[in-house]
Ligand binder design. Structure first.
Ligand SMILES: [Mn+2]
Length: 360
């Protein structure tokens, strides 16, 4: 029997701020479509249940049309159980929009709830709140003869943290007959041992939204077979978000820099959103025309952005004997009472300013 564990879909997200409003709108739509495609995948793979471990929606004020879309998906797939735990972004949840909760939509509250989704397969879950976070661990009762999946939303911690109800306390979930702990909150896939017989995992989000959500995104597919539970991560995002450093040390011309970037991004899927950080030490005369380089990259990728993080390489020796204003400036700084580190910073900044690269 198969089960999907997903979380942190954040439907209705505003998406990355540096996108044009048109593309941001498109990404918002893609987010909803990827969720819908995951449900299609579930149907085609005969998945019995989809566990959503929180943050299905992004904001507290949930959009009506998105709610209706999700509700139609649930109603249109009666053979799949949607097991949905509200996360910290959904205090007034989309359930408020629903007059009649579909039979295949199973939810949780601040007491443990147990759903028998198949013979000897139980999914238990709870909303962690201010009033239950100290007692919930001792209240969890699981039969060791079942395959037990537990759903929670929060930051996993090996230590008990006083007065923090956003923490999932792993040490207090050990040896409780849990076979798999399905977590939400962290936006990247992560899996580790809970105790000798079980694992805890974050599925991560379905689509990266900004450059703080780089890498492969998707869901976890669980299979219960012969009294065991196996898991695999299924990359499923329509687009990947990639950030990469390109070292342009000792390059001077726009063409050289452009070629170096092209060489570095060769293997990246053109459907991606990419951010290139230019790094290294460059000559003050190097021609870094960011808009030019960025436009070239935007011809290849869905979205591209370049940040110049290079350091200026200044030959102080060369300037200290120079009869130019730069030479005079460097001689004055070197003769000052500043520390060596301060001298270097002042010189770099000053030369940049004299080159017209910074506004004073
Ligand atoms: Mn989240």
């Amino acid at each position: 029997m198969k089960i999907i564990h997903c979380s942190d879909i954040h439907l209705n997200s505003k998406m990355e701020s540096s996108l044009s409003s048109e593309k941001a709108k498109q990404r918002k739509q893609e987010l909803l479509l990827t969720f819908s495609k995951m449900v299609d995948y579930a149907r085609s793979e005969n998945v019995k249940a989809i566990i959503i471990a929180g943050d299905l929606f992004d904001t507290e004020s949930i959009n009506k049309s998105t709610s209706e879309y999700v509700l139609d998906l649930i109603k249109g797939n009666k053979e799949i159980k949607f097991i949905y735990l509200c996360g910290n972004h959904e205090k007034s949840s989309f359930l408020n929009y629903i007059n009649e909760v579909p039979q295949n939509l199973l939810t949780f509250n601040d007491d443990w709830k147990y759903y028998n989704i198949d013979e000897n397969v139980v999914v238990a879950g709870i909303d962690i709140t201010k009033s239950n976070f100290k007692t919930l661990y001792s209240n969890l009762k699981l039969n060791k003869n079942n395959i037990n999946i537990v759903v929670m939303h929060g930051q996993a911690s090996k230590y008990f943290v006083e007065d923090n109800f956003e923490i999932v306390n792993l040490s207090m979930l050990k040896n409780k007959n849990i076979n798999y702990l399905a977590l939400g909150h962290i936006h990247s896939y992560f899996l580790d041992k809970l105790d000798d017989n079980s694992y805890y995992a974050y599925s991560g989000c379905l689509e990266g939204r900004g450059f703080d959500e780089c890498g492969k995104k998707g869901f976890i597919e669980l299979e219960v077979l012969n009294g065991q539970i196996n898991s695999k991560f299924v990359p499923f995002a329509k687009r990947e978000i990639v950030e990469t450093d390109v070292d342009i040390s000792n390059l001077y011309t726009i063409k050289e820099i452009d070629n170096k970037i092209a060489e570095n991004v060769k293997g990246i899927n053109p459907t991606s959103l990419i951010k290139v950080n230019l790094v290294g030490e460059i000559d003050e005369d190097a021609n870094i025309d960011l808009p030019f380089l960025e436009n070239n990259l935007n011809e290849i990728f869905y979205f591209a952005k370049i940040e110049n993080k290079t350091k200026l390489k200044i030959d102080i020796e060369k300037y200290s004997n120079d009869v130019s204003i730069k030479g005079e400036f460097i001689r004055q700084v070197l003769a000052s009472d500043l520390s060596d580190i301060e001298k270097e910073q002042v010189i770099l900044y000053g030369i940049k300013a004299l080159n017209g690269e910074v506004d004073l």
